[in-house]
Design a protein around this ligand. Structure first.
Ligand code: DAT
Ligand code: MG
Length: 152
């Protein structure tokens, strides 16, 4: 399994509800490594680019309003298989259908307030990382205990 990077964002509801630590912890505890982190209130151009694939959907305007409504915690996480694994940690888009134990399954009830975003494929991860972060905001590093997470 190759090392990958994925874009994860704690949406304004997660920040407002004081869930930043709780959500960060789940990715950290799993064994992934944080390589980029910042708090940003997105402008409409960033939000519309980020959710561009949903431009024609009826909920698009509300979605853009919501993501621009306050600070977002934007992150890049790295690790083996992190793109798909992060989606599993996050859970289904509709929180009431998300498995208990997932972020949305444990912490959310409404599709419009589902607390976290995660890239869904390699191409979207690369696009979203480039959209939200400059290259020099990302750090290449290896945890000192990496050999206790991944067999060489
Ligand atoms: P996900 O965030 O699980 O990748 P998505 O990419 O299909 O889900 O949609 C992006 C966000 O848009 C989602 O987190 C919440 C919102 N959304 C999706 N489908 C919706 C719907 N039918 N009604 C309202 N909001 C919706
Ligand atoms: Mg999506």
């Amino acid at each position: 399994m190759a090392s990958q990077r994925t874009f994860i964002a704690i949406k304004p509801d997660g920040v407002q509800r004081g869930l930043v630590g709780e959500i960060l912890m789940r990715f950290e505890r799993k064994g992934f490594r944080l390589v980029g982190l910042k708090q940003i209130t997105p402008d409409r151009a960033l939000a519309e680019a980020h959710y561009g694939v949903h431009r024609e959907r009826p909920f698009f305007a509300a979605l853009v309003d919501f993501i621009c409504s306050g600070p977002v915690v934007a992150m890049v996480w790295e690790g083996h298989g992190v793109i798909a694994a992060a989606r599993m940690l996050i859970g289904a888009t509709k929180p009431l259908e998300a498995e208990p134990g997932t972020i949305r399954g444990d912490l959310a009830v409404d599709i419009g307030r589902n607390v976290v975003h995660g890239s869904d494929a390699e191409e979207t991860a690369a696009f979203e990382i480039g959209l939200w972060f400059k290259d020099d905001e990302l750090n290449d590093w290896t945890p000192a205990d990496q050999s206790w997470r991944v067999e060489a």
